[in-house]
Design a protein around this ligand. Structure first.
Ligand code: SF4
Ligand code: SF4
Length: 434
C-alpha cells in the first residue's frame, strides 16, 4: 500500500507519494501546544491523542518519513476526523489543518485499499448524492418511507437503514421544482450575481434556493441560477475523492467565472469553492482561474450583511436558536453575519446553544460512513438546541439540517429547521404586505 521507490539499490517506503501529499511546511507550523484539543469533537468522545488535531498532524508528518506505511491504524485515525475545522478556529499558530486533511484524504482514497463493502458504500454515496437528478428519482420512495415505515424492510442492512433514518422530509413537488435561470432585481439593480444551486440543496432543499433568489432580488440584485454544473464537488473534495472533485471544480469555475459574485447558501459548498486554489494548485491551466474565482465566492449571509438593507422586514414572533455550521463558522470564519441578518427581523429572539463550536456530526458524508460517533454528536447537539427553549432552529447547511432534524425527532422534539435566508424571506414577505 505504501509507495515503493528504488534508491541506490535500497527499497524505500513512504505513506504519502509525490502527488499533493500533506505539506511539511504546514505540518511544521504545529507547535504541539494542545490549545485545539478542547474543541475537537473526536477528542471529546474518546480522549485519545491520535484522535486529536495534534495527533493527526503528527501522523501526517510521519507519513512523509522514509519507511512509513499507509497503515489501517493511520487511516482509521484520519477517517475518524470529522473535518469540522474547529481546530482551525482554536489554533493560535494558524495551522492550516483544512489543507493538510484534504491532502491526506486525497492520498488515502487514491492509494489505500479499503475493504470491499466499505469501498462500494463510499462509491454508492458519491454516485447518488452528487447527482440531483438521481436524488430527485428517490423522492417518491422517500415520501412514502416514514408513513409506511419502509425502513423496517432494511433491518438487516444497517447502512441502508441509516440512509432512511437520515432522509429529510420531502414532498412530491420537489420532483418538479426548478429555479428560474434569471430573476430580475426589484427596483434599481445593484448588479448581477450568480447562485450555485448545488446537488443535495437543489433536490431536497429547493425552498432554500427559492428563498435565496427571492431575497437577493428583493434586495436589488439581478440573479442568475445556472442549472449546471450539477454539483460543485465539495462533498468529494472533503472526503478525499480528489480527481472527481477537481473535474467538478473546473466545471464550476468555467460556469461562474464571468460573474463578479458567486453566491452559496450551503456552508460545505461555499468552503469547498473557496478552497479551489488549493485543490487545483498543481494544475497550471486552472490554478490562476481558481484563485480569481475563489475571491468571488460569498456565502449569501456574507453578501447580505455587507449591504444596506432595502426591503422592509416584517415581524416574526419566534425564538430561534442559531446553529453554527462548521464549514461556515470554522472553515469560512462566517459567524457574525447570519446572526446580524436574524437580528434585523423584528420580533425574532435569537438564542445561542452551548457548545456552538462543536460539530453536529453531519460533516459531509461522516454520518453515513461513521454512523455511531456521528449519532452521539448529533444527539448532543440536538439536546443543546432543545435546551435553549427555541421553537425553531436556524442552520445554514443542508447536512446540518438533516442531522439536527433526525436527532431532535428521535428525542421527541419536532421544531422546524430553517435556513436563515428562509426566515429573512418570510420577514421580507411580511414587510411587503404592510
Ligand atoms: S477537523 Fe474537527 S474532528 Fe478533525 S481534528 Fe479538527 S477539530 Fe478534531
Ligand atoms: S494544531 Fe495549533 S492548537 Fe493544535 S496543537 Fe498544533 S499549534 Fe497547537
Amino acid at each position: 500500500m505504501a509507495e515503493r521507490a528504488e534508491t541506490a539499490g535500497a527499497v524505500e517506503t513512504r505513506a504519502w507519494d509525490e502527488i499533493r501529499p500533506p505539506e511539511l511546511e504546514l505540518i511544521d507550523d504545529c507547535v504541539h501546544c494542545g490549545f485545539c484539543l478542547p474543541t475537537c469533537p473526536t477528542y471529546s468522545l474518546w480522549q485519545e491523542e491520535m484522535d486529536t488535531p495534534r495527533g493527526r498532524i503528527v501522523l501526517m508528518g510521519e507519513g512523509l518519513e522514509k519507511g512509513s506505511d499507509l497503515s489501517s491504524t493511520m487511516v482509521g485515525h484520519l477517517d475518524n476526523c470529522l473535518g469540522c475545522m474547529a481546530c482551525v478556529t482554536a489554533c493560535p499558530s494558524g495551522v492550516a489543518y483544512d489543507k493538510l486533511l484534504i491532502d491526506a484524504r486525497g492520498q488515502i482514497e487514491r492509494r489505500y485499499a479499503r475493504p470491499r463493502l466499505e469501498r462500494l458504500h463510499r462509491r454508492a454515496i458519491f454516485a447518488l448524492f452528487t447527482h440531483p437528478g438521481r436524488l430527485r428519482a428517490l423522492i417518491p420512495g422517500m415520501a412514502l418511507t416514514k408513513p409506511l415505515k419502509l425502513d423496517r424492510l432494511f433491518a438487516r442492512w444497517p447502512r441502508i437503514r441509516n440512509l432512511f433514518r437520515l432522509a429529510p422530509p420531502v414532498s412530491l413537488r420537489d420532483i418538479v421544482r426548478r429555479l428560474p435561470e434569471r430573476t430580475a432585481a426589484q427596483g434599481t439593480s445593484r448588479g448581477r450575481v450568480a447562485v450555485l444551486q448545488g446537488c443535495v440543496q437543489r433536490a431536497f432543499f429547493g425552498d432554500v434556493n427559492e428563498a435565496t433568489v427571492a431575497v437577493l432580488a428583493a434586495e436589488g440584485f439581478d440573479v442568475d441560477a445556472p442549472a449546471s454544473p450539477r454539483c460543485c464537488g465539495s462533498l468529494q473534495q472533503h472526503a478525499g475523492e480528489s480527481e472527481p472533485a477537481r473535474e467538478l471544480a473546473r466545471e464550476t469555475i468555467a460556469a461562474f467565472e464571468d460573474y463578479d459574485v458567486v453566491v452559496s447558501n450551503s456552508a460545505g459548498c461555499g468552503s469547498g469553492m473557496k478552497d479551489y486554489p488549493h485543490l487545483l494548485r498543481d494544475d497550471p491551466a486552472w490554478h490562476e482561474r481558481a484563485e480569481a474565482f475563489a475571491e468571488k465566492v460569498k456565502d449569501v449571509t456574507e453578501l447580505l450583511a455587507g449591504i444596506e438593507p432595502r426591503a422592509e422586514r416584517g415581524p416574526i414572533e419566534r425564538k430561534v436558536a442559531y446553529h453554527d455550521a462548521c464549514h461556515l463558522a470554522h472553515a469560512q470564519g462566517v459567524r457574525s453575519e447570519p446572526r446580524e441578518l436574524l437580528r434585523q427581523i423584528p420580533g425574532l429572539e435569537l438564542a445561542e446553544p452551548h457548545g456552538w463550536e462543536f460539530c453536529c456530526g453531519s460533516a459531509g458524508i461522516y454520518n453515513l460512513v461513521n454512523p455511531e460517533p456521528a449519532a452521539e454528536l448529533g444527539e448532543r447537539k440536538a439536546r443543546a438546541l432543545i435546551e435553549t427553549g427555541a421553537d425553531a432552529i436556524a442552520a445554514a447547511n443542508p447536512g446540518c439540517s438533516i442531522q439536527i432534524q433526525t436527532h431532535m425527532r428521535e428525542l421527541g422534539h419536532e421544531a422546524p429547521i430553517l435556513h436563515p435566508i428562509q426566515l429573512l424571506h418570510e420577514s421580507i414577505r411580511k414587510g411587503s404586505d404592510v
